[in-house]
Design a protein around this ligand. Sequence first.
Ligand code: CUA
Length: 178
Amino acid sequence: MHSGLVAPKGIWWKPAGRQEKVWITVAFIWCMVLFAMMPFWHFKGGQNPAGIRHRVEPAKYQERVNRFVQEYKVGEDTGMPVVQAPPGSELYLLGRMWAWYPILKLKEGATYTLHLSSLDLNHGFSLFPVNINFQIVPGYDYALKITPNIAGDFRIVCNEFCGIGHHLMVGKVIVDPK
Ligand code: CUA
């Protein structure tokens, strides 16, 4: 019999059973393995950004993008410039409400340094259908070393809610086969 005044008889101060100890040990070892994987993947994994980043005034970044477009523009697609820079060059992509500027044309197997920044607020760079995701933050220029290994026509979808036109913020990357 017990009530609010008389506590039930507890068993939690009895020593843990053998099975319980085994599982606690297994869980602890697994936690340590996952913990060790974090620094390991930082150095060994292929999914990390190049670590090249610096502060940049949004207006300065826009100037840089405009120069890049002027230098390497090869065409237009519904008013959006299509830009093809030679392999090995620095590419500049801009996210803003609500577009990715410009359209990039790349060559399969070539390596580039892709600079990303935003003019206004946070946008999410998500390359569709390949699973590449990156946060685009105003005031910072992030550079990623990229080597497209599949030819095709890709879309950049914004995956960070950025206002009324968020769902319209779709950009384009074209990778020509070698
Ligand atoms: Cu940009 Cu959502």
